[in-house]
Design a protein around this ligand. Structure first.
Ligand code: HEC
Length: 323
């Protein structure tokens, strides 16, 4: 190597090592207040099911403007344990048919997570601590024991703003009542030509409608930590629009420990990740909701939460229950 060339190479290497791929130090969680979020087993309660008064008594009030979270936060502990058994439910308005045709024997119905959020000017951090209880191994996903997903709603999808994850959970998706064996991942209602009690099917809205929705930023981000005890967490980023699909790049990091039955999981994401992701800004009302697959489950056999309001502040972030 010529003397002239060497300094250049050395400089290039110095830059490389000086700036390793940012895996920022997580905040000191002990100093961040926790927010209780109950995760419960939802069975086959699709968006369309919840919008049908004969199926879900709150449907009429939802259509009039009352959000799911406002009615149901605080009731999840009563919902999950009866839905998960696959037997007749008696919740508030008397007996209702089962919404779980293939129950997993012995599966817990609900568990709480303590959620903390932080922002250090570069990244948003979401931290969850939870004990998923004694989980039977369903063998649905042999690769991962547990999967933690944060659904991020930037405020651009009216249904997601009001119904959280249910806005993406339709009656004709994989394993749902109207799927008839079809494979269909999560989608937003506005991407479909029409929506019936059976869901939106495969007919998409006109191309110009889809383009307008896309340009407006209407989508959900899906940030995931794939977990096995004793192994490094694996991060994944997906986007939900007309389907759920891997994002062009993974923008999240995931860290997790498992001790004494408790998972401690941190998912982080740069505030500015570039298109097609939302650039996160202070003071803008966002929503997040959580899904946890436990006991090697896949698809709909997860625990979910109602949505929470997320707001970034100059030096941190707040998580509150919708009012
Ligand atoms: C006005 C209050 C209200 C709103 C808003 C509301 N619900 Fe309900 N929900 C109820 C009542 C009352 C019941 C119990 C009777 C029933 O199952 O119909 C119920 C039952 C349920 C159940 C079954 C619980 C169980 O233990 O069996 C689920 C799941 C559910 N709602 C989801 C939703 C979703 C998702 C939304 C938003 C799209 C929503 N609800 C909006 C009042 C509400």
């Amino acid at each position: 190597m010529s003397k002239l060339f060497r300094p250049l190479v050395t400089a290039a290497f110095a830059t490389l090592f000086a700036a390793p791929l940012a895996h920022a130090a997580a905040p000191d969680w002990a100093s961040v207040p926790g927010h209780e979020v109950e995760l419960f087993y939802p069975g086959q309660s699709s968006f369309e099911w919840a919008l049908t008064p004969d199926d879900m008594s709150g449907a009429t009030d939802f259509r009039k403007g009352k959000d799911c979270a406002v009615c149901h936060i605080g009731e999840e502990k009563d919902m999950g344990p009866q839905i998960v058994t696959g037997t007749v439910r008696t919740f508030k308005t008397g007996p209702k048919p089962s919404i779980e045709p293939t129950p997993i024997a012995g599966k817990p119905g609900a568990f709480p997570a303590t959620v903390k959020v932080a922002n250090d000017g570069t990244n948003l951090y979401v931290h969850l601590e939870f004990n998923e209880g004694a989980q039977p191994n369903s063998n649905q996903d042999p690769d991962y024991d547990t999967k933690v997903t944060v659904m991020f709603d930037n405020g651009k999808d009216p249904a997601a703003n009001r119904a959280g994850c249910w806005a993406a959970c339709h009656d004709d998706e994989t394993g749902m009542p109207s799927a008839n064996g079809a494979t269909r991942t999560m989608y937003l209602a506005r991407t479909r030509a029409k929506l019936t009690r059976q869901g939106g099917g495969d007919e998409l809205a006109p191309a110009d409608t889809l383009a307008t929705l896309k340009a407006s930023g209407d989508q959900l981000e899906y940030w995931q930590a794939l977990l096995n005890p004793g192994q490094p967490a694996k991060p994944a980023t997906e986007i939900v629009f007309d389907k759920r699909a891997a994002a062009p790049t993974n923008i999240v990091t995931a860290d997790a420990t498992f001790a004494g039955g408790v998972w401690s999981v941190t998912i982080s994401r740069p505030l500015n990740a570039g298109a097609p992701f939302t650039n996160l800004a202070v003071g803008v009302p966002y929503h997040i909701a959580f899904a946890i697959h436990a006991g090697h489950t896949a698809h709909r056999f997860h625990y979910v939460s109602y949505e929470r309001d997320l707001t970034l502040t100059a030096s941190g972030a707040t998580l509150t229950d919708p009012k």
